[in-house]
Design a protein around this ligand. Sequence first.
Ligand code: AMP
Length: 449
Amino acid sequence: MPEISPEQPITFSNLCLAEPLIKAITKMGYATPTPVQKKAIPLALEYKDLLVSAETGSGKTAAFLLPTLQNLISVPCKTIGTRALILAPTRELAQQIFNQCQQLLQFTDLRVGIITGGDDFRLQQNMLRRNTEIVIATPGRLLELMEQQTPNFTHLETLILDEADRMLDMGFSEDVLHIANSCNKQRQTLLFSATLTHFGVIKMADKLLTHYEIVALNTLHDGHRNIEQQIIVADDNNHKEKLLAWLLINDQYDKALVFTNSRLQADALRGPLRGQKLRVGVLHGEMDQKDRNRMMELYRNGDVNIMIATDLAARGLDIEGINLVINFDVPRNGINYIHRIGRTGRIDALGVTIALVKSTEWNLMSGIERFLKQSFKRRTIKELEGNYKGPKKLKASGKAAGIKKKETKKKDTTEKVKVRLRDKKNIGKRRTPSAQKTTESISNQTPTA
Ligand code: AMP
C-alpha cells in the first residue's frame, strides 16, 4: 500500500482499498474511518501482528475485517483451506461479525462461513470442505470440528481473536491456544480486546503474536463521553422494581437494556414488567439457542423494546437504538460495568445509563466510580423516594473533613517553620531576587494549604 504521510488525514480512499470494498462501505454508509480503523487498518494491511484495545461500538469489526479482506483480494490464492479465521467468544458476536463480513463481501467473489454451537454440524463440515476463504467461529464448536479433522488451517493467512478478554473470562484460553497452535505458523495474528489491563490478554498476546504493535484506544479511563451516567439509590429490590418500572414507563428511549447479575433475577423481573404492559424480553445463558436467537430477533426488529439480560449480553452485541441501559444490579466490577454501558452510546449516538444502588451495593458502586475516575450524576424520582439516601452525609463529610483538617494542620505547621527559619537566617540581610521568589512561592502556597 502507498505510504500515508503523518500530515495526511486517513480516509477510506487513501487507504487504497479495492474497488469492491469501497463500493460496499459506501453502500453501508461508512464515510470516514473511526479512530480505531485509522490506527489499525494501515498496520494490518502491512501484515503486522497487532494487539488492539477497542470496545464494541468503536468500529472495531471493520478495523480487522477491512484490511484482512483487502489482503485476501490483493493476493489471490489457489491453496486449499481457510485463509482467514476469526474467533469470537459468543454465538451472537460471531453472527454479528458474519453479517458485517457478508455486507463487506457483497461485491467480491470471496465467501464467508460461520461455525457456532447449536447449529447443524454437517452443514458446517460441508462449508469447510468447500474451502470457504473466511471462517468465523466460536472456539468450542470449532474444536469439535477439528477433532473430526475437517478444518484445514495449514495455509491460514490471518487469525483474528475478537474480544480476547471475554474469551479468557469465559474459560476459552486453552481452546484458543489449541486452535492457534494448529494454524499456519507464518500467519498474521490480530488480537482485539476491550481492555489491555487484563493480564491474561497480555499473556496470550505474548504467546500468539510475534513482534506485535499495540494500538491502544478506548482505555478504561477514557470515559464514555457520549453516555450520561446516573445513579438512583434504592431501599431494596422491591423498591428497585418500582423504580425500574417507573423509568421504563416515563423515560424516553428507543430500546432499553436492563442488566441483572443472575438469571433468576432476570426471569423474576419479566412478569411484573409485562404486567405494566411493557414489551419485555429476557436473554440469559440458560435459554436454549433457538430461544436466544428468537429473542435477539424480536429485540433487533423492535417487537420487544426492553431486554432484561445477564452479562452474557453485555459484550459484543451491536443492536441499533439502545439508548438506555439500566443496571438493576450493580455489576460486580468496573470492567463488567464498562461492558454493560458500552451497549449504548455507540459511535456517535447518545445514551443514558442508570444504576439502581441499594445500601449493600454502595461501596461497590463508589469503587466503580473510583476505578473509572468519574463521578456519576445522582438522580431522584420524587414519586418514589425511599428511606435510603446513600451513606450518611454527616458521617461521610465528617470523615472527609477530619482527614482534611489533619492535612491542613500538618501543612500549616511546616509552612510556619519554614518561614520562621528563613526569617531567622535572613535577619538583617538584604533580599536577593531569588530569596524574594522563594518567599513569594511560599506565600502563594499558604492560602491554599
Ligand atoms: P463495532 O464496534 O464493530 O461493533 O461497530 C459498531 C457499529 O458501527 C456497527 O454497526 C458498524 O456497522 C458501524 N461502523 C463501523 N465502522 C463505521 C464507520 N467508519 N462509519 C460509520 N459506521 C461504522
